[in-house]
Design a binder for this molecule. Structure first.
Ligand code: LLP
Length: 383
């Protein structure tokens, strides 16, 4: 295994601190890292199209960066569609996908009126609102039954998840589509998020979609969804994109009429973003040494919600020995407001800047105003 590359924020520490200036807390994104990740996917020859799942981070500069590279965008709400249209003026509707789940009818109508391809994940929609889909080209989202993901809350296949047309209803698909007068141009599945490096699971998804596609002669695309994981803890392995590409290419060779699409969120933006927050206070309590910082679960809820692990370093004292076992907490009135427990950090002092890594995906996008504390603002690194 090759050694993990040095994180950009170590290399660009001085520029990062000067971008941060005298703030208390901020998310900072490096568009160059987004570009580099996108180029890795664009180099995969088995993929015909890559859509960015903007739910991971809808910051306009990130959208423009990815648009300039030719990616499309996958949106799950009317507001996400509007964000893309505003951030990338003139973007053709054909570069957007709308993949709602239990959204109100008006949102489907909005997307259809814009000429955006809608992905349907419930036969109810096709039957109860059939006139909306007459003459439309649609994608169908299937529940392949193959769930994966870093936490049960982000596994999106199987009976315990609300997504996708269940396998028991596959036999009814063609009739429901015909009844609405729609044309299926592709099939979609998304089994979960931040999953392992398990290439076999992707192939299982492709095979299920490929078999159902045989029923829809105009279906030319299989959208395998998102879910590509990124390394989090030291020693985590990154997905072998070369092996992934080869496996997908082998699948394509047996299904020459079908394109493969991917719609990742996390992979494109997670590593590009960091959350910086200044130390406010320290406290010893029992065996635990607490370091408080200026923002917490109101900015980054992933540790509290999923037990997610984000690397934390003291950016002010990057070169000092990390010899103190520390629990890093925010100022929110909940015991769950912990950004990281039992971390080895140098002795931290009020005003030091702590860095929470891998925070570019599902960080600010899931932030709240809990306790009426505004979440960290967002900044981007200079080129
Ligand atoms: N496509 C669909 C239909 C999705 O539902 C999702 C994510 C994606 C693509 C992008 O998945 P990604 O490549 O980012 O794994 N808040 C959680 C993740 C929730 C993902 C929801 N759907 C987290 O912080 O880990």
């Amino acid at each position: 295994m090759s050694p993990a590359p040095t994180s950009w924020w170590r290399v660009r520490r001085d520029a990062l601190l000067s971008t941060f200036g005298a703030l208390d807390c901020a998310y900072i994104y490096d568009p160059q890292v987004v570009t580099a990740q996108a180029q890795r996917l664009l180099a995969m020859r088995s993929l015909s199209r890559v859509f960015y799942a903007i739910k991971a981070n809808p910051h306009p500069e990130i959208l423009r960066t990815l648009a300039a590279l030719g990616l499309g965008f996958e949106c799950v709400s009317r507001a996400e569609v509007e964000r893309v249209l505003e951030s990338v003026p003139g973007i053709p509707a054909g570069r957007l996908l709308f993949t709602p789940n239990f959204a109100p009818r008006a949102e489907y109508r909005f997307a259809l009126a814009q000429g955006i391809t809608v992905t349907i994940d419930n036969l109810y929609v096709l039957r109860a609102w059939r006139e909306d889909f007459h003459g439309r080209e649609i994608l169908l989202r299937l529940d392949t039954g193959h769930a994966h993901g870093h936490h049960e809350k982000v596994r999106t296949a199987g009976d315990q998840s609300k997504f996708g047309v269940p396998p028991a209803e596959f036999a009814e698909l063609a009739e429901a589509v015909a009844g609405a007068g729609a044309t299926v141009v592709g099939l979609h599945a998304h089994g979960g998020s931040g999953s392992s490096t398990d290439i076999a699971a992707w192939l299982d998804t492709a095979r299920v979609l490929g078999s159902v596609a045989a029923e829809f002669p105009r279906a030319t695309a299989l959208n395998l969804g998102g879910g590509l994981g990124v390394p989090e803890r030291p020693g985590d392995e990154a997905i072998d994109l070369g092996g992934f590409d080869a496996a997908l290419a082998a699948f394509r060779a047996t299904h020459p009429a079908l394109q493969l699409w991917l719609e990742p969120g996390r992979f494109l933006v997670a590593e590009a973003g960091v959350l910086l927050a200044r130390v406010t206070q320290t406290k010893g309590k029992g065996d635990i040494h607490y370091v408080g910082v200026a923002t917490g679960m109101n900015s980054l809820i992933r540790p509290a919600l999923y037990g997610a692990w984000h690397e934390i370093v003291n950016l002010t004292r990057l070169d000092e020995p990390a010899d103190r076992r520390t629990t890093v907490v925010g100022p929110i009135c909940e015991s769950g407001d912990t950004l990281g427990a039992d971390r080895w950090l140098p002795r931290c002092e009020e005003g030091d800047v702590l860095l929470v890594a891998n925070a570019g995906a599902y960080g600010h996008a899931m932030a709240s105003h809990y306790n009426l504390r505004p979440p960290a603002a967002e900044l981007t690194m200079p080129a």
